[in-house]
Ligand binder design. Sequence first.
Ligand code: ATP
Ligand code: MG
Length: 323
Amino acid sequence: MTDALEIRNLRKVYAGGFEALKGIDLTVRRGDFFALLGPNGAGKSTTLGIVSALVNKTSGQVRVCGIDQDRDPEGVKRMLGVVPQEFNFNDFEKVHDILIQQAGYYGMEKGLARRNIEKYLRQLELWDKRNDQVRMLSGGMKRRLMIVRGLIHEPELLILDEPTAGVDIEIRRSMWAFLERINREGVTIILTTHYLEEAESLCRNIAIINRGEIITNTTVKELLLQMDRSSFVADIKGDFGRVPADNPYLMQLREDGSIQFQVHRGDNLNQVFELFARAGIEVVSLRPRTNRLEELFVDIVQADQPQPDGAVIRQPAVAGGNV
Ligand SMILES: Nc1ncnc2c1ncn2[C@@H]1O[C@H](COP(=O)(O)OP(=O)(O)OP(=O)(O)O)[C@@H](O)[C@H]1O
Ligand SMILES: [Mg+2]
């Protein structure tokens, strides 16, 4: 079976000469749930914009489900559902009308269009809002409406550029459950996000892009295995000020009074407990810090920054690749 997305040597130089993509390669398998991560300005939206034909590429190849974008742009359009980063609705249009128009744009048969509109509006808890103008929706509702609009024509590949930006945690979790469900039903999903917890819990494969280059492309599992340290959070009784500041565990007092620290692979946690005990501190509870991908992400992107002499330090390549 062909891959859902194949990008080869993709370059983008914006008017004015800025090189936003420096020849990237990326493959996303059918059925995958794929995360494209990177700091602000890395080139994520540029990449997805080119795939969605919203941005013109400078050079390189893009194939969606085996269809070459240059040869058959209409064919690519049918395969793709696009949820852009910025809202792009007419605020005075009604929810249902927007979706009917979208279905018309794809030449869908009316009965199927109506069934899909109802199905997805119900699944994303927007059915009650179907007769409202977009301006009456909250930000989180608009985000969900963007997803419904991207799915109406039943695309093979759904690309979502920060689908949960500005969405509260409860709605975010219900959006995750929805995306997992459509992925299980066969839709390939690529998303960008700044919530690394999102990538960790949803995605199987991941690429990190920085300054227009892919610096890591592997499975989420491999990436997390690459970590040689773990962070913990401890609730304590006693005076944290009595712990020697020069301890090797990078201890920090958090806002809620708990203590965060790191141990390296092979370190013994008992040594940390002994350090606390010597300072007269009792550890009341201990839990691993959950957002491990976040720490790794910061490390990888920092390691990719240019050094003063112009050399770039790279993380070792990670075995595995797309699975
Ligand atoms: N229309 C444009 N004209 C000129 N430069 C642009 C244009 N759009 C984006 N850029 C530049 O290209 C680079 C990549 O931008 P892009 O929007 O792809 O980043 P991103 O990874 O999506 O960032 P964010 O996380 O902030 O959304 C940035 O330096 C940006 O300033
Ligand atoms: Mg972006």
